[in-house]
Design a protein around this ligand. Structure first.
Ligand code: PMP
Length: 445
């Protein structure tokens, strides 16, 4: 693999053409940030992705998390190919495959007795919010600073506001995340995360009106931030006291930080669980599920849930291949993912200590974040800490240098790096070698 990307002229030119037809050149704003170096992808395989200029990159983005086994895992490709060639991608009826996928998923998430499939994390989270309200008959929801639950009308609050827009007290109102929103967030309260005392105050003030407390059990949208010891258990108890449903958005963590997600890793169970990314291994699937009792509003037909493509056979074939692999190789997969995550996190830390670059590295298994910071060894346990201490500009400079040396991770420091089972110890060594050179290069400027 070349030590340096020769040219990105093809990608730069193509993005001009792309922007003439698709807003910004691609269909998600996160993929076309103005500060990003263009990389138009041609293909991926395992831990690598190639651009249209023919250059190879170690991919530490894994399509924002779904590619738990890397690009084009043979078992998933074979399952999908077989499904579409022999049975059909979408049949428009109940199928045996979707039921098998549901059963296998349930075996990994004991808190789920009944579920429904959806097509994206956004959809499944919007349904989870509706379910919490339908089940409890209460109007309000609690969200947390820095957490992202998709762009739906129900939940899209401004999750990365400037610090001065955040409330002084223990909680505050949600801020609409985009122009064009209705008043759907009027019933949403936002608390700082990892701060049980703040949540307790919000619940003491509004507990009887709150339907659900919704969180990423490991924060993955303001960099990777793990829950403080016993925080999740504290939230679990507090919500139970008020009859509030605890909703875990395991879109990132589900089948990534453990086969059974953060619930398994931290031994805490949610009332409503949402999974997505890794479950499909690169195909668009999500699910929301809960106990039979909590799912009653849908069972009884009081709450609507639909979707022409929900649970279609194409993505179910991919999900079944992922689930079978996980069920057969569980121990080996998560041992490898954790070891690779630890090796990368440890190696990054060592290099930056050596070079005297102030930073903090966080990892929870194969999801990790490098925070470049204003001073060394700061504690980052919340969005506010990350925002206050983060050096976003230097991170972009370092990311550009890494991309030019054939390693891709997202230039926004808040986006985690993701590893897959396809990432080897040699990949980690290569990334670390390139990081050392890139960091020295940035420091010399
Ligand atoms: N929840 C979390 C925790 C996420 O990270 C994301 C997407 N990054 C979503 C929900 C929304 O998922 P989707 O983009 O599939 O709608």
């Amino acid at each position: 693999m070349a030590a340096r990307v020769a040219t990105i002229t093809g990608s730069v030119r193509f993005m001009e053409r792309a922007s003439a037809s698709i807003v910004g050149g691609d269909s998600s704003t996160m993929r076309v940030q103005p500060y990003a170096l263009p990389l138009v992808a041609d293909r991926g395989k395992g831990s690598r992705v190639w651009d249209i200029d023919g250059q190879e990159y170690v991919d530490l983005n894994m399509a924002y998390g779904p590619l738990i086994f890397g690009h084009r895992h043979p078992r998933i490709v074979a399952a999908v190919t077989r499904q579409i060639a022999e049975s059909g991608s979408q049949l428009g009826f109940p199928t045996t495959i979707s039921v098998r996928v549901a059963e296998k998923l349930k075996s990994l998430f004991p808190s789920i007795e009944l579920l429904r499939f959806a097509n994206s994390g956004t959809e499944a989270m919007a349904s989870a919010a509706r379910l919490a309200r339908a089940y409890t008959g209460r109007p309000k929801l609690v969200l947390f600073e820095g957490h992202y639950h998709g762009w739906s009308e129900a939940l899209f609050n401004r999750y990365h506001p400037p610090l001065e827009d955040l409330p002084q007290g223990p909680y505050g109102p949600a801020i609409p995340g985009t122009a064009g929103m209705s008043r759907a967030l009027d019933d949403v309260i936002v608390c700082p995360w990892n701060d049980l005392a703040a949540l307790e105050i919000a619940l003491a003030d509004h507990g009887e009106e709150i339907a659900g407390v919704l969180m990423e059990p490991v924060m993955g949208n303001a960099g990777v931030i793990a829950p403080q010891p016993s925080y999740l258990q504290g939230v679990r108890q507090a919500t139970q006291r008020y009859g509030i449903l605890l909703v875990f958005d395991e879109v990132i963590t589900g089948m990534r930080v453990a086969a059974g997600g953060a619930q398994e890793r931290y031994d805490v169970s949610a009332d409503i669980t949402v999974v997505s990314k890794a479950i499909g291994g690169g195909y668009p699937v999500a699910a929301f599920g809960a106990s039979e009792k909590i799912m009653q509003p849908i069972v009884e037909g009081r709450m609507f849930h639909g979707g022409v493509f929900s649970g279609n056979a194409l993505v179910m074939a991919a999900a079944e291949a992922v689930l079978d692999e996980v069920l057969e190789q569980r121990e080996a997969i998560y041992t490898h993912l954790d070891a690779t995550g630890d090796a990368l996190a440890g190696g990054v830390h060592e290099i930056l200590v050596e070079l005297d670059v102030p930073h903090v590295v966080h990892s929870v298994g194969p999801m990790l974040s490098l925070f470049l910071t204003d001073e060394p060894d700061v504690a980052i346990t919340s969005y506010r800490d990350a925002r206050r201490h983060g050096d976003f500009e230097s991170f972009i400079t370092l990311q550009h240098e890494m991309q030019r040396s054939g390693v891709f991770f997202h230039p926004n420091m808040f986006e985690p790096m993701f590893l897959s089972t396809a990432h080897t110890a040699e990949d980690v060594e290569l990334v670390l070698d390139r990081l050392e050179v890139a960091a020295r290069e940035c420091l010399a400027r």
